[in-house]
Write a protein that binds this ligand. Structure first.
Ligand code: FE2
Length: 190
């Protein structure tokens, strides 16, 4: 079955003040669409056509891994964002405090990791066992290949923020942290 273009969970202009409609138009409408289309071209007529997206990611190498993982990563990223500020559910706060000491400490470490993620990539909050950790991946890297359960991700490829923030990645990250969909993080925790 072909990989589907994921739905954007809000209007393209819903994040104005954080990300412009122009950024979302290119990022969602062009970049993600290209990853979906290329994945489908690569799996057409092969055994991978019948696999789930995550099964493809766990086994593929090279261009197929890169494109399939970018579909997963982008869907995960867009669904990590809320147009409005959300509160952190108690069960999420408890495991964050257990793992990082406090919510502020987590946010500070997450932003520092994402700011220091050299070049193009992703910074993630992940779970393994009963503990959370922060991992950064390069290019299309995806933590499910290392057995982690991802809870949150931020895209630090320049295409994610350059139209709105140019080289000011730290400003983009600060705004991102104000727009985390914490209810989605809670959903992913179970
Ligand atoms: Fe991206």
């Amino acid at each position: 079955m072909a990989v589907q273009m994921p739905a954007l969970p809000y209007a393209q202009d819903a994040l104005e003040g954080f990300l412009s409609a122009s950024t979302l138009s290119f990022h969602y409408g062009k970049h993600l669409k290209n990853y979906v289309d290329t994945t489908n071209k690569l799996i057409a007529g092969t055994a991978d056509e019948s696999k789930s997206l995550t099964d493809i990611i766990k086994t593929a190498k090279g261009p197929l891994f890169n494109n399939a993982a970018q579909v997963f990563n982008h869907q995960f990223y867009f669904e990590s964002i809320s147009p409005k500020s959300t509160s952190v559910p108690p069960e999420v706060l408890a495991i964050i405090e257990h793992s990082f000491g406090s919510l502020d400490e987590f946010l500070s470490k997450f932003k520092a990791a994402a700011a220091g993620n050299f070049g193009s990539g992703w910074t993630w909050l992940v779970k393994k066992g009963g503990t959370l950790s922060i991992v950064s991946t390069s290019n299309a890297g995806c933590p499910i290949t290392d057995g982690f359960t991802p809870l949150l991700t931020v895209d630090v490829w320049e295409h994610a923020y350059y139209l709105d923030y140019q080289n000011r990645r730290a400003d983009y990250l600060a705004k991102f942290c104000e727009h985390i969909d914490w209810a989605k993080v809670a959903e992913r925790l179970v």
